[in-house]
Design a protein around this ligand. Sequence first.
Ligand SMILES: Cc1cc2nc3c(=O)[nH]c(=O)nc-3n(C[C@H](O)[C@H](O)[C@H](O)COP(=O)(O)OP(=O)(O)OC[C@H]3O[C@@H](n4cnc5c(N)ncnc54)[C@H](O)[C@@H]3O)c2cc1C
Ligand SMILES: NC(=O)c1ccc[n+]([C@@H]2O[C@H](COP(=O)([O-])OP(=O)(O)OC[C@H]3O[C@@H](n4cnc5c(N)ncnc54)[C@H](OP(=O)(O)O)[C@@H]3O)[C@@H](O)[C@H]2O)c1
Length: 443
Amino acid sequence: MSYQIAPDYDVVGVGFGPSNLALAIALDDCRRQQRVSCRSLFVERQPSFKWHGGMLLPGSNMQISFLKDLVSLRDPTSPFTFINYLHKSGRLLDFTNCKTFYPSRIEFNDYLRWVADQFSAMVNYGETVVAVEPVMAGQSVVALRVVTQTGTGEALSRIARNLVVAVGGVPHVPPVLKPIAGDRRVVHTSGYLGSPLITELHGQAPRVAVIGGGQSAAEVTLDLSERFPDAHIDLVFRGHALKPSDSSPFVNEIFNPEYTDYFHSREDAQRASIIRSFRNTNYAVVDPDLLDQLYRLTYQQRVAGERKLVLHPRSEIVGAGVTRDGITIELHNRDEDVLSRASYDAVVIATGYERSPVPAFLDPISRYIEAGALDRDYRLQTVPGFRPQVYLQGCSETSHGLSDTLLSVLPMRAQEITASLVATADRPRGQEHDPHMEERVYS
Ligand SMILES: Cc1cc2nc3c(=O)[nH]c(=O)nc-3n(C[C@H](O)[C@H](O)[C@H](O)COP(=O)(O)OP(=O)(O)OC[C@H]3O[C@@H](n4cnc5c(N)ncnc54)[C@H](O)[C@@H]3O)c2cc1C
Ligand SMILES: NC(=O)c1ccc[n+]([C@@H]2O[C@H](COP(=O)([O-])OP(=O)(O)OC[C@H]3O[C@@H](n4cnc5c(N)ncnc54)[C@H](OP(=O)(O)O)[C@@H]3O)[C@@H](O)[C@H]2O)c1
């Protein structure tokens, strides 16, 4: 018996953030340099490109050198470097005069958008991937049906040979905060800018709580105190003090691409221990310059005799609810075993992000996925007879290391995935793809 399956695309990318942007560049390089082209489509749920738009705060800077852009570490001669972006924008010299490796997040977002615009023909914005289903030929899975939903609720589907998932994290809201999470006066940092909180917080000395002790909490706290100089802000966190992120040079080598090889080759227990010992490079820590800014702010307030920003260390939230007074938070100071309660006009949840090892829209193919970590080339291990390749970017911190959720290894990871796609493709290397080719499957 013979089946004819004509996939619409060789590869569909889910999400069009920095990870899949880097992949788009690597696939383009592959087309130009190796004359192997992949029919690619990227599906992005946002209506247009934006990099963590809710946190594009004025004054916030990159936490990584601009040389770790989408491509420079792999190919500094690429037209998609941050330096070429500056050149094309007429700001190369002026940027140089800024004497920094750390552009503002607003400028880096503009760089990423500039790259994204150059690939716009292969991106469908405003579509969310809701399911990925198997396409069968006899006993084999020969392709994937990628089902999406548009902003107007329309369902669309496309057939893909392979899939590269890069959907980032989802806001983490601790269970104790769930009762208040839907209130319009409560926002997670991921949606901070553009939330009603920003436009509606007014009146005499509004009371605001920021919950968390990481970079997002610190940035929002500073932004709130600049935006609403009269506001009383309580910064509530569980640790003993706000702590600096470690970006010192020897430590920073764990974000080098070759460290991924070392990390991936370790046993599970050793990997977990490495992540624990370097957690302070990334999680629940604050950029040292920002810590200095916050400290000076609280100190100046003490000098002026008006303490508007108050830090609440060692504070566990044990209750949260909506009352006539506003949003009420109950705190337990663990060290002193003291309970307290306060009401706020607004609450910002800065408790970070969650990443599932395998996103839920892959559930329909879950029975073909073998348990265990991703392969070194970011490929899901699947059962025999499952022919599509499924790659995950940003889901494998436990197997590939702390760089996995960051920008550090994007150029190399994109190239590794591209090389793997090409190597596993059902066609001779170096041969141009025939857009009218039909895949023949026999069982
Ligand atoms: C505020 C903030 C600042 C940061 N700054 C830095 C930094 O300076 N340096 C650094 O190294 N890292 C930083 N990070 C870490 C961050 O994870 C990376 O910078 C980067 O965003 C990872 O890119 P990504 O493409 O994997 O994920 P994301 O940037 O999260 O992109 C994922 C994309 O997938 C889309 N998507 C999600 N689900 C679907 C779906 N079902 N269907 C279609 N599309 C979907 C999303 O809309 C999004 O556009 C920061 C993180 C935050 C939150
Ligand atoms: N300018 C920038 O480049 C920039 C800006 C913002 C964010 N980022 C990046 O984005 C990533 C996430 O940073 P983030 O600050 O959003 O998250 P994060 O680093 O994961 O910090 C989350 C904070 O929330 C606290 N928390 C978690 N669960 C809690 C609970 N149940 N109750 C009370 N507190 C809880 C954590 O405290 P515990 O330690 O006690 O668990 C921690 O202090 C990082 O990579 C960061 O570098 C970058």
